[in-house]
Every structure is written in structure tokens, then in C-alpha cells.
Design a protein around this ligand. Structure first.
Ligand SMILES: [Zn+2]
Length: 358
């Protein structure tokens, strides 16, 4: 709800500043409501804040497989509302991503869709280079094509990251058939942003039906938990030690209960399969896995950091979906952090990983 209030306030502010005699008229298309831009300062130092979890869509790509628009706020044709929300929340840069909806498309269609999508993302960012960067998209259902797409995206289009879902049309990311994609991501040094699409295989059973929007409330973090667990236990992170994956929503449930994954290797060593090279909890801390801040309370963020390390955490807002509009304050209010740690979480780590200049 707070984001709705912010947006209304932003829109009203924009109208109020248009000028005498025009107060009943909306700002012209393309103009930005003149929300006061919140500048985040830590110990006297202006911090460039970076949001690694912000959604958008490219209509010209979505139409190729008749994918519907999930929310008007995803559109980038007029970014004035989005930028007003960023200004109000103290977000300087959004790293845009698109939830993969194309994982069942044929090779030819997927190739065309990703081409249009990535080229348009570049245009979005070029129109406001100080406010937007983007994660490239790739057709993981065709792993060799996806590897080509990420290479082109990085070397030709200038992307520094790529987005993936938590599974690919029912197949886990740890499936060996995706190794060519991970190998390319490791080779190129790109940050992979992993966003769940929910645990759709559970939905026909009805276990997530009923009240509570459980398909999202627990289905989304559950998919992230499953994906990360397989990447650890199937040896994917051992095979590609240079991989860097940022998991949405604070890594789902895994960081809250990570020690159970260590315990199973001690308690059921004959049933756990080939052991990963390290204790499972070590993978949360050792530089391959990153996590956004969407965990809602300072205590939850404190705990996430205790399990992973402050250097593994970056701001996420989930814009335009109204899960939170207070991530900057969440970081500022989380106990036990040094100024340098807060600066890293607010934007320093994301800027380094995504090549955003200061
Ligand atoms: Zn999201």
C-alpha cells in the first residue's frame, strides 16, 4: 500500500508544479512529475543507490507469443511514474529485468523474441542512462542458443548481467543440459539475476489454492529455495566457481533454514548423494550467491546478512509490484552494520557487479 500512496502523491505533486492555470491538467506525456528526489547519504557521503530487482516488459517482444501485460507499471513508454517512485524512495538506478515468460517458445520464435527484447532494453536504458541499466534476457530452453544470446548481449549490446527464472518449463537450473549457459555466464563474468515464477508444478494439486495468494506468498520463495538447493547439491556451483547469481526475495527460505542443509550431510550421509565440495551453508557466503533485501524487517535483514555476509546483499524493490517502497530505510535501520556495509548494500556492490559508474 505505501507505494500506491507515494505514486498518488508523486502524481499530485507533478500536477501541482505544472504551472498557474494548468493545475487540473495532467503533465504532458514524457514529462516527469516533479517529486523531490531523495538523496541517500551515509556518514556525509552521497550514496548512489541501485535496485537490482525492478521489473519491466517489452510489448513488441511479448506480442510475439501473445503474452499479456501483467501490470501497466511494467511499461517503459512513459517512465515518469516509475522515476517519480524511484525519486521518492531514494533509488538512483534500477537494474531492469523481465520475468521469463518465453521458456516454452520454439527456437525460432525465442530467437526473434530475445533479439527484439534485448535491443529494446538497450534503448530503454540509453534514454535515461543515469537511471536505468538492465539484465539481458535469454532463451534457456535452448541452452546453446541462450549461451549465444548472452555472449551477444554482453559483447555487442553492452549488458553486464542476465536474468533467469528459478526453473525452465519444469526443469531445474542444475540440470546438466544448462551447463553451456552457466559456462558462458562464468566466462563472461556476468551477474545472473534469478527470479522465481512460482512452483507451478504444485498448483494442479490444489495445495497452494485457497486464501493467502499462496502461489506467490510461499510459492515464489519456495521455487528460489529449490533452485538454490539443487545448484548446491547437484554440484553446479562447484563446476562453475566463477558464477555469480543474485537470488530474488532474499534467497527465498534457504538462508532462514540453511543449517538444515549442513545437517543432512552429517545425519544422512548415505542418502544425500555426492557431497558438494563445501558445507552447503558455505555457498551462501563465499561470493557465488547474492541476495536482494526483500525480507521486510530489520531483524530479517540482519539475519540474512548473518547467514550470508553484508557483501552478498543488494537492494531490491520489486517495482512496480507493491511489496515494498522502503528498502533504503530498511538498510539504514538494520542494526549492526558499519557505514561501509550500508554503502555496499545500498549500491556499492551492485555498481561493482553491473559496471555502474559512481
Ligand atoms: Zn519480482
Amino acid at each position: 500500500m505505501p507505494i500506491i500512496g507515494d505514486l498518488l502523491a508523486s502524481a499530485l505533486a507533478g500536477i501541482a508544479f505544472v504551472g498557474c492555470g494548468m493545475t487540473s491538467v495532467a503533465p504532458p506525456p514524457g514529462s516527469q512529475p516533479r517529486t523531490r528526489r531523495r538523496e541517500v547519504v551515509v556518514n556525509g557521503k552521497r550514496v548512489k543507490t541501485v535496485d537490482v530487482h525492478a521489473h519491466c516488459i517489452v510489448p513488441a517482444a511479448a506480442v510475439l507469443i501473445d503474452h499479456p501485460l501483467e501490470a501497466p507499471g511494467l511499461l517503459m513508454a512513459d517512465t515518469s511514474t516509475r522515476i517519480a517512485a524511484m525519486d521518492a524512495q531514494g533509488i538512483d538506478v534500477e537494474a531492469l529485468s523481465i520475468n521469463p515468460y518465453w521458456y516454452r517458445a520454439s527456437r525460432d520464435v525465442a530467437a526473434q523474441l530475445i533479439k527484439v527484447q534485448n535491443e529494446t532494453l538497450v534503448e530503454f536504458c540509453a534514454a535515461s542512462p543515469d537511471r536505468f541499466v538492465a539484465f539481458a534476457t535469454a532463451a534457456l530452453q535452448h541452452p546453446d542458443l541462450a549461451a549465444e544470446q548472452v555472449e551477444y548481449a554482453v559483447k555487442t549490446l553492452g549488458f553486464r548481467g542476465v536474468g533467469v527464472a528459478g526453473s525452465v518449463a519444469g526443469e531445474d537450473l542444475a540440470n546438466p543440459r544448462f551447463h553451456p549457459f552457466w559456462a558462458k555466464c562464468e566466462e563472461l563474468g556476468v551477474l545472473v539475476f534469478m527470479h522465481p515464477l512460482g512452483t507451478r508444478e504444485l498448483e494442479p494439486s490444489g495445495r497452494l489454492a485457497g486464501s493467502g495468494l499462496l502461489t506467490n506468498t510461499i510459492g515464489n520463495p519456495l521455487e528460489t529455495t529449490i533452485a538454490l538447493s539443487h545448484l548446491i547439491f547437484e554440484g553446479t556451483l562447484d563446476r562453475f566457481p566463477g558464477l555469480k547469481i543474485c537470488a530474488a526475495h532474499g534467497g527465498g527460505f534457504l538462508p532462514s533454514y540453511a543449517n538444515r542443509s549442513d545437517a543432512v550431510t552429517r545425519c544422512f550421509p548415505d542418502r544425500v548423494g555426492p557431497l558438494p565440495k563445501k558445507n552447503p551453508t558455505a555457498y551462501l557466503k563465499d561470493g557465488q550467491l547474492y541476495f536482494d533485501t526483500i525480507v521486510f524487517t530489520p531483524e530479517a535483514l540482519r539475519h540474512l546478512i548473518a547467514e550470508t555476509g553484508s557483501g552478498q546483499i543488494m537492494i531490491g524493490t520489486d517495482y512496480p509490484f507493491p511489496w515494498t517502497s522502503t528498502e533504503v530505510d530498511l538498510v539504514l535501520n538494520t542494526p549492526g552494520l558499519t557505514d561501509d556495509e550500508r554503502i555496499a548494500i545500498l549500491g556499492g556492490t551492485a555498481a561493482r557487479l553491473l559496471g555502474i559508474s559512481g
